[in-house]
Design a protein around this ligand. Structure first.
Ligand code: NAD
Length: 490
């Protein structure tokens, strides 16, 4: 690395011309209803949740806050469809219908990406290039498994379980729905899906797709509402399996609720991933990987690399490059195709992130924030870097779920493995080095479900995903993702 490169002074006094994605073709309804038994039904509670665009604070629509009577109808519809339609249907026919969902997501990709961005605040580039194509890919992948379960579990007979309750968070609304629906349907189960209270709109589009694809009534039911609605669903006696993705705190509550019951469950929970940069790594690529791992999608990624470990000899260089790169990040209108960092999903989440930044400062952490102009309306947070923190700091130990990175140094491989494992979580991690032996050692010894080497945040439907320790139990994706939805006889 020449001196010239390391001392480059970036001129940040320039900007791209706006390149907004048009939203005029997206026609949202003023109000959505519950999708139960193949029909749209108003909630019996008559309570509605306002859905707002976090980038503008404008109301987009409203959805019902489903109560016990609604959940009862949804579970009854799912049970009826399980017994009489979906599980007796020839598996190849089920596969064709799931395949159709994938095709229809592709056909409506642009519209869905715009809705996801308006509802969740994430940059259009991310919804367009990651969320929607990956959601379609999940349905394609599991459509293929529907009539091949005997090959997935050789020598065993795989039977569906029954009715699944599926509860998902707000960070990847359509993608998390796809992770849940696709394997459940392929294995012959029916389900009730509950999207997060702030991001239900792409699930409403999914309901339209499910209907138009010809999935029989009651196979997929979609109910909206907050935590209380989720609780009712988890407790319902005729639900056979719970699939939950969300915070560790709620995951633990669900485990307590289910203790002593015969319901099966899988939990995909929080994370505090270590991203480890060795001195022999390609540093420019590593810096790009750090940016991708924590700042893109506002840090609203369960596997975000929120703890950065940099080998001491390259610490100053990495931090300088990182700060320069942070200054180039474009924060603002999520519908603009140039935007790197969109809006924080809700006021509540923004306040949580701000509170953590205060805690970090009070604990003695040194803060660097990029000098971006944040829009006046909506919920925004500048990319933030904490240095001078140690293992005991809360910003190092707790999941913040925002664009906040805590940096520490290390000298040896063993030291960094010990530090990386020193957290209650174990969802993901990253390692950047030129040496294969270090990659194998780190990936073997860090207790995390997925560890990327010289890259970060790469997903594929064929690859299982899930955590160790307080990051959850069970796997989604791949053949392993079918497992929670089958009973193996023989
Ligand atoms: P959350 O736990 O607050 O909510 C998740 C879902 O659970 C929402 O639909 C919510 O309405 C519902 N819910 C809330 N309380 C409930 C209760 N008592 N019983 C049943 N359902 C309840 O999480 P969040 O803030 O929406 O999402 C962020 C969290 O999700 C982060 O911790 C993140 O790491 C985690 N996450 C994990 C993965 C993974 O694959 N491991 C993926 C995405 C997000």
């Amino acid at each position: 690395m020449s001196d010239k490169e390391t001392t480059l002074d970036f001129d940040t006094d320039w900007s791209y011309s706006p390149a907004p994605q048009s939203s005029t073709e997206v026609k949202l309804r003023d109000r959505y209803n519950l999708f139960i038994g193949g029909k749209y039904q108003p909630s019996q509670t008559k309570d509605y949740l306002e859905i707002i665009n976090p980038a503008t604070e404008e109301k987009l629509s409203e959805v019902p806050q489903a109560g016990a009577a609604d959940i009862q109808s949804a579970v009854e519809a799912a049970r009826e469809a399980y017994t009489h339609t979906w599980s007796p249907m020839p598996a190849a026919d089920r596969g064709k219908l799931i395949f159709r969902i994938a095709r229809m997501i592709q056909e409506r990709a642009r519209e869905i990406a715009v809705i996801e961005t308006m509802d969740g605040g994430k940059p259009i580039r991310e919804s367009r290039d990651v969320d929607v194509p990956l959601a379609a890919a999940h349905f394609f992948y599991y459509a293929g498994w529907a009539d091949k379960l005997d090959y997935a579990f050789p020598g065993r007979s795989a039977q569906p379980i029954g009715v699944a309750a599926q509860i998902i968070p707000w960070n990847f609304p359509l993608l998390m729905a796809a992770w849940k629906l696709a394997p459940a349907l392929a294995a012959g189960n029916t389900l009730v899906l509950k999207p997060a209270e702030t991001t239900p709109l792409t699930a409403m589009v999914l309901a339209e797709i499910v209907r138009e694809a010809g999935i029989p009534p009651g196979v997929v039911n979609i109910v909206t509402g907050g935590g209380e609605t989720g609780q009712i669903l988890v407790r319902h006696p005729d639900v056979d399996k719970i699939a939950f993705t969300g915070s560790t705190a709620v995951g633990k509550e669900i485990m307590r609720t289910l203790a002593g019951s015969t319901k099966r469950y899988t939990l995909e929970l929080g994370g505090k991933a270590a991203n480890i940069i060795f001195a022999d790594a390609a540093l420019d690529q590593a810096v790009e990987g750090i940016i991708d791992s924590i700042f893109f999608n506002q840090g609203h990624v369960c596997c975000a690399g929120s703890r950065l470990f940099v080998q001491e000899s390259v610490y100053a260089e990495v931090i300088k490059k990182l700060q320069e790169r942070m200054e180039m990040l474009i924060v603002g209108n999520p519908l603009d195709k140039n935007t790197d960092i969109g809006a924080i999903n809700s006021r509540e989440q923004l306040e949580r992130i701000q509170a953590f930044v205060e805690i970090g400062k009070q604990e003695g952490g040194e803060v660097y924030q990029s000098k971006c102009n944040l829009p006046d309306n909506g919920f925004w947070h500048a990319p933030t870097l904490f240095s001078n923190v140690s293992q005991s700091h809360r910003v190092v130990q707790e999941e913040i779920f925002g664009p906040v990175l805590a940096v520490q140094t290390f000298r040896t491989v063993d030291e960094v493995i010990e530090k990386a494992n020193n957290t209650p979580y174990g969802l993901s991690g990253g390692v950047w080095t030129d040496k294969g032996a270090k990659i194998f050692k780190v990936t073997r010894e860090i207790r995390a479900g997925v560890i990327w080497a010289n890259t970060f945040n790469k997903f594929d439907p064929t690859s299982p995903f899930g955590g160790y320790k307080e990051s959850g139990m069970g796997r989604e994706g791949g053949v392993e993702g079918l497992m929670p939805y089958v009973r193996l006889d023989g």
